[in-house]
Every structure is written in C-alpha cells, then in structure tokens.
Design a protein around this ligand. Structure first.
Ligand code: GRF
Length: 193
C-alpha cells in the first residue's frame, strides 16, 4: 500500500483491549517528524483497558464500544471513523474479530501486530505453543488484516531467540519489547519512506 502523505499525516485510529503498550509506542512514534501517521482516535471494546489512559495523557479522543451486537457496533464504529476522518487503523492487542464487511470498507488500511513469526502460531497462546514445540526462535509480525485471522500480507517480522530456561512470561516480555520497535518500522515501510 502506498498512500501519499503529501503535507499532512495520515489520520489513524488505534484499536485496543488491554494494556496498550503498543499504543504508547505508536503515539510516541506519531509525534516524531519521520512518522507518516498521526493518532487521532483510540477505540476499545473494554472500558477497563489500561491503555485508555493514554487518551487523556495525550489529548487523543477515545471511544469505548460494546461489541455484543457486532453488526450494530461496527456500523456505529464506521460512522465514528468517518466523522473523525480516519484513514488508517492499527490493531494493537484488540481482542475482537472484525467482520469481513468492516474489513472490506478499510481494505488495505488495517494493520495488526501479532506475537509470533507468522504464519506460525496464528491465534492465541502463541508463547506457550512456541515453547511446547521447542522452537529455537519466536518473534512478532506486523501484517495487513484480511478476512482470515492473522493471515493477511506480512509487512515485517522480527525474530527473537528463545533461551534455555525461557518461560511464557519472559518470552512475552522479550517479544513485546521488539513489537514496540517493529510497528513503527512497518508503518514507515508501507509508506515507502
Ligand atoms: C501484544 O503482544 C500484541 O502482539 C498482541 O496483543 C498484545 C498487546 O499488548 N496482539 P499491548 O496492549 O500493546 O501492551
């Protein structure tokens, strides 16, 4: 995907469900000169998501949406995105699966970060599965979102070595630190900067 940034930054919404450490890294990145994006909206399905605190701290608009009725909520969400002139979406620990209909409306403009070296270990429990399989390496992937879970075109991956006494927690920590660098790098890559 090449979007010409021209003189302004691409208005981006970040979708979260939890801690929001990737959101934090994206906000910090967005404030740098080299960033082609600005973060203009934070969406969460979880009112208790810690990451929502970054909205106030950075004066970014936030919306919490309850996805119980997915169709209705997604239509509402599309309106909110439109009203806020959002052009790109970064999923960052967002635990809801978006419908094909929604994804089509933002085709090629939704990114996700996943804590494994895709196509290996799609879905949940990626650390546990990599450790159980005695992998020597795991890592993280930034990819475009398509209609199949964790299966869209890969933009960038970062490999992380699994040590002898690795635990799920230690591996998660190591990978997360790399995620914070990889997401901004992937964004720079898709804008051909
Ligand atoms: C990250 O590991 C990300 O890869 C996965 O969910 C986690 C979110 O962490 N999709 P955070 O909320 O950004 O701290």
């Amino acid at each position: 995907m090449v979007l010409l940034t021209g003189y302004r930054k691409i208005k981006t919404a970040v979708f979260i469900s939890g801690t929001g450490s990737n959101l934090k890294s994206l906000i910090n990145f967005s404030k740098t000169k080299k960033s082609p994006i600005s973060i203009n909206l934070i969406i969460s399905n979880n009112s208790k998501a810690k990451g929502l605190n970054y909205a106030k701290l950075n004066k970014i608009k936030k919306k919490v949406l309850n996805f119980k009725n997915k169709n209705l909520t997604e239509n509402n969400l599309l309106n909110i995105l439109k009203k806020n002139h959002i052009e790109m979406i970064c999923l960052a620990g967002f635990m809801k699966i978006l419908s094909n209909n929604f994804i089509k409306k933002f085709k090629g403009k939704i990114l996700n970060i996943h804590p494994s070296l895709l196509p290996k270990y799609k879905g949940l429990n990626t650390y546990k599965r990599a450790l159980n399989n005695k992998e020597k390496y795991s890592g993280c992937t930034v990819h475009f979102v398509n209609s199949k879970l964790d299966s869209g075109e890969i933009i960038l991956r970062k490999r992380v070595k699994i040590s002898k006494n690795e635990t799920e927690a230690s591996l998660a920590k190591k990978i997360l630190a790399q995620e914070h660098k990889l997401y901004p790098k992937a964004i720079i890559k898709i804008f051909n900067l």
